[in-house]
Design a binder for this molecule. Structure first.
Ligand SMILES: [Zn+2]
Length: 331
């Protein structure tokens, strides 16, 4: 067993401790750094004495749309415990958020979803916004960032989505809304062409990276929709058809989000009253969506993580809770 603190292989077994259901968890001592750890260190289950079967059930209830209090009542656990478990899983989300495979072909859809959070504030003052990015074909949910609707929120989510997708060869980047949201992407993803790379007739020297095209969908007050491509594309990048830009799978994703994530359904929401609560719930939702729950539209028993070729099989809720990332799962 490798030491999670110093990566030394010189570790020895050091007794066991037990969960409430009697299940033994192996402890270790590292001869390299003298620290103790257990087989659960570095996983969401670390330092919990509740059986993982109970925590797993709680997370399943939550990801099927049950509220925190209702889940607690069914399992005869306090709602504070449920929140803590959810928090622990959310804290490990990085281990389940690898980048897109190198050389692929992705369509990124970005959008904002609104929910009522805390007091009854007008939408412009509410913290109940979530910026989501999904990959269209695989339905892989790249990012969900909750907070105030402002440039900072969108900039953060944009950065994550770009980091996720940039190893892909072809990237179609379609978002709803305002032009300013693409500014962040332009800074990260534009290149300067050499005079030898492009003829004078092309008229642009600073362009999107090769393979990347960026369009926004604008809804006018009359309800008309139009597509606007932002900034010049690289001269060798083919541009998509407008109907491709309009095709929107995010809307289906949003309705699933509302159905399965209780934080998005409530009018009076006790636990999504702060951004942290909303972020926690939506992060768990995202992990379950990507790794655990097969998606009907993808074919038999296929998760989004499988569809985008990050992993070869669905991951169980137990594995999500008791391992430190998909790369630690052997079979
Ligand atoms: Zn060590």
């Amino acid at each position: 067993m490798e030491c999670p603190h110093c990566q030394s292989q010189k570790t020895i077994k050091n007794g066991k401790h037990h969960h409430q259901d009697g299940k033994a968890v192996q402890n270790y001592l590292c001869k390299g750094c003298n620290k103790r750890f257990s087989e659960r260190t570095g996983t969401p289950m670390s330092r919990l004495r509740t059986p993982e079967s109970v925590v797993s059930l709680a997370m399943k209830m939550r990801s099927e749309g049950m509220g925190i209090r209702a889940s607690g009542r069914v399992l005869e656990k306090s709602h504070v415990s449920i929140m803590r478990w959810e928090q622990k899983l959310a804290e490990h989300s990085q281990q389940w958020s690898p980048s897109a495979p190198t050389g692929g072909d992705v369509t990124i859809e970005g959008e904002e979803v609104y929910t009522r959070v805390g007091e009854n504030l007008p939408p412009s003052e509410s913290k109940g916004w979530t910026v989501t990015f999904i990959e269209r074909k695989s339905r892989y949910w790249i990012e969900a960032k909750a907070g105030f609707k402002n440039t900072k929120l969108f900039a953060k989510a944009t950065k994550t989505a770009w980091q996720w997708s940039k190893a892909s060869q072809y990237i179609r980047w379609f978002t709803d809304g305002e032009r300013r949201y693409a500014q962040q992407l332009w800074q990260m993803a534009s290149v300067r062409l050499k005079s030898t790379e492009v003829s004078r007739e092309y008229g642009h020297r600073k362009v999107w990276r090769h393979g990347l095209e960026v369009a926004i969908k604008i809804k006018s007050s009359q309800g008309n929709r139009r597509v606007e491509w932002l900034k010049p594309e690289h001269p060798y990048t083919a541009i998509s058809d407008k109907s491709d830009v309009h095709a929107n799978h995010n809307e289906a994703n949003n309705s699933a989000l509302r159905r399965r994530c209780s934080a998005y359904r409530r009018r009076q929401n006790l636990y999504a009253k702060n951004t942290e609560g909303l972020q926690r719930a939506v992060t768990v939702q995202r992990l379950v969506h990507n790794w655990v729950r097969p998606h009907v539209g993808l074919g038999k028993n296929k998760t989004p993580a499988m569809a985008i070729r990050l992993f070869h099989r669905p991951v169980s809720m137990l594995e999500l809770l008791s391992s430190s990332g998909f790369h630690c799962l052997t079979n």
